[in-house]
Design a protein around this ligand. Structure first.
Ligand SMILES: [Zn+2]
Length: 103
């Protein structure tokens, strides 16, 4: 008998169907492990000034098995200094760039 369940399942979604280009809003369950699984920059949107930015996973310290919640990251808007930010996860780099407004 093999105990394969001891490995943590990676939550990276499969890019199929209509959800392929749907950015995923971060909820309270998402953590650095989740971000590492996605392997794409984290989208950060300031609720005060609407500024959007992409933060590479290594900058926020995302790594497999790190269960710190993304909502606890000390992120601050570089535009207005606000800390009330909304976070997004992306499956593809193109999706992240589109979200951020880059062509
Ligand atoms: Zn701002």
């Amino acid at each position: 008998m093999i105990a394969a369940a001891s490995f943590r399942q990676c939550a990276r979604p499969v890019s199929v169907g209509y959800r392929a280009h749907m950015p995923t809003p971060v909820d309270s369950r998402a953590n650095l492990h989740t971000a590492a699984c996605y392997g794409q920059p984290l989208g950060v949107r300031c609720r005060s000034c609407e500024r959007r930015a992409l933060v590479p996973p290594d900058v926020i310290g995302a790594k497999s098995g790190d269960m710190r919640e993304l909502e606890t990251l000390p992120l601050k808007c570089s535009g207005c200094g606000g800390r009330d930010v909304e976070l997004w996860l992306f499956v593809k780099r193109g999706e992240a760039n589109y979200w951020a407004g880059d062509p």
